[in-house]
Design a protein around this ligand. Structure first.
Ligand code: ADP
Ligand code: 5GP
Length: 209
């Protein structure tokens, strides 16, 4: 599948947020398999890696000191404290996508990060993923089996507060049936690739031909 060509002036900036456990990582991994022209923005975090996570691929796992060094050097496009850990998107991540000629960048950030990205890049598109119910969210957090009980409880307790930020986002997807949620996400990416200003050069070329 293909979205806007790499020569388009504007990168698609797709910001995906959700309460922990709603399925954002599952959905973004599948989306990236379908759209190699999208680049995943690898965040910095002071959180410890989970068993299946790879440094430099899922996150740049860093010490708090290293994180603060990047912060002091104005190296983050956005950053926030989430569930007691620091997370940030480096400016270098966005630059790399431009240099690689990618059509877009996909950010997996919390609502605070989503707000900061939108402030810096008003054409960024925010997508909020909802769980079908709070009971199912709890089941998914427990079923994932990657966090300890205390961390799971903290994430679940924060979920309502996070969901309360939904009005800030442009799109919302209820992740009940995974295939349907993925189809909705795919639809958003394809529609963004068809924005008038991203296809304008083609129209202008046709007018001149
Ligand atoms: P997040 O990144 O939002 O914290 P994950 O993608 O890690 O959430 O998903 C949490 C758990 O829920 C995982 O075990 C995942 O396999 C499962 N999951 C995700 N989407 C669905 C779905 N639509 N139906 C059932 N389980 C799901
Ligand atoms: P997790 O620890 O489960 O991977 O992520 C916890 C939360 O941190 C999620 O809501 C995730 O979207 C958010 N997050 C991950 N990376 C970043 C980032 O770079 N910036 C911000 N603001 N939040 C992030």
């Amino acid at each position: 599948m293909s979205v806007a060509s790499s020569t388009d002036p504007d990168l698609i900036l797709l910001v995906i947020s959700s309460p922990s456990g709603a399925g954002k990582t599952t959905l973004t991994h599948r989306l990236l398999q379908e759209f190699p022209e999208l680049r995943f923005s690898v965040s910095h975090t002071t959180r410890k890696p989970r068993q299946n996570e790879v440094d430099g691929q899922d996150y740049h796992f860093v010490t708090e000191e290293a994180f603060r060094q990047v912060l002091d050097g104005d190296g983050f496009a956005e950053w926030a404290e989430v569930h007691g850990n620091l997370y940030g998107t480096s400016v270098a991540e966005i630059d790399r996508a431009r240099e690689d000629g990618k059509a877009g960048v996909l950010f997996d950030v919390d609502y605070q990060g989503a707000r900061q990205i939108k402030e810096k890049f008003p054409h960024a598109v925010g997508v909020f993923i909802l769980p079908p119910s709070m009971d199912e969210l709890r089941r998914r957090l427990e079923g994932r089996g990657s966090d300890d009980a205390d961390s799971r409880r903290r994430r679940f307790e924060k979920a309502r507060e996070e969901i309360g930020h939904y009005p800030f986002f442009d799109y919302m997807i209820v992740n009940d049936d995974l295939q349907l949620a993925l189809a909705e996400l795919r639809g958003i990416v394809l529609a963004e690739g068809c924005r008038q200003w991203r296809v304008a050069a083609k129209a202008e070329a046709l007018l001149k031909s």
